[in-house]
Structure formats: C-alpha cells, structure tokens
Design a protein. Structure first.
Length: 139
C-alpha cells in the first residue's frame, strides 16, 4: 500500500486575527489536518515575497498567508499591502516554475475558528492533489 502524501504547509498568520482564530480552533477542539506549520507574524502585510519563495526552497509544498479582514487590520492597511504582495507573489512563483495554486492569501478573524479549520482542510486537500513540490534545478 502506498502511503498518502502528507504535504508540509507553511502558514504566516497575523498575530491579531488569524493566529487567534487558529488558537480558538484548537481550544474548540476542531478537527483539521496537522499539515500546517504556523508562523506568527505581527501583520500579514509584513510577509515579504522572499519569505514565501524561501519556504518553498526549504521544502514547503504549499504556503498560506492569513490576515485580518479588510477594514479590520490593526495596522490599518497591512492587509491591503498583503493583497498587493499576493499578486506579486503569484507572478514570482510562475516565473520560478512554481504553480501559484500552491500559495494563497485569506482573511480569518479571531472569531472564525470554523472558517480556519475549513480553510486548512481545503488547502491541504488541494496541495495533496497537486502532489509534492519538487524544486526545479536552475541551469
């Protein structure tokens, strides 16, 4: 029997909303795959495209950036910056030969534990269907 592919997913979670939503999902004992490796950041707008690319080069199969809903950012416009960066990240990933479907930006509030769990379930399933990320050799 062939073991099922279990992807490594790096998640950059804003400290104020999505990280707290993830914590609430844990407190509520919601079931979702253990594939997410959460990294708490102060704001989704602080996630530079280089961090996403580096995540893939270090073995991630998928990367999520999760932040506050538009209009609810504790840094006023951090999520607007994150949204603009996400568009750039998609282009960079394509240029590097990485399927942009392996990356996503979503908004999760501190009260959205169920939405967080559902997002992790769906993203994990999507990455499982895409299969393991294999870095293309340059040169």
């Amino acid at each position: 029997m062939i073991p099922r592919f279990e992807p490594v997913i790096i998640g950059f979670l804003c400290r104020w909303c999505s990280y707290t939503g993830a914590d609430l999902a844990g407190v509520a004992r919601l079931q979702y795959p253990p594939n997410l490796r959460p990294i708490r950041v102060m704001c989704s707008g602080m996630v530079h495209p280089d961090l996403v690319v580096e995540s893939f080069s270090q073995g991630a199969d998928g990367v999520l950036v999760l932040g506050c809903h538009p209009g609810a950012c504790h840094y006023l416009e951090g999520n607007t910056k994150a949204s603009a960066r996400a568009n750039v990240i998609d282009i960079i990933l394509e240029d590097l030969g990485i399927d942009p479907e392996r990356f996503d930006l979503k908004w999760i509030s501190s009260a959205e534990a169920y939405a967080f769990a559902e997002l992790i379930i769906n993203f994990t399933l999507k990455i499982q269907k895409l299969g393991p990320y294999k870095e293309k050799k340059q040169g």
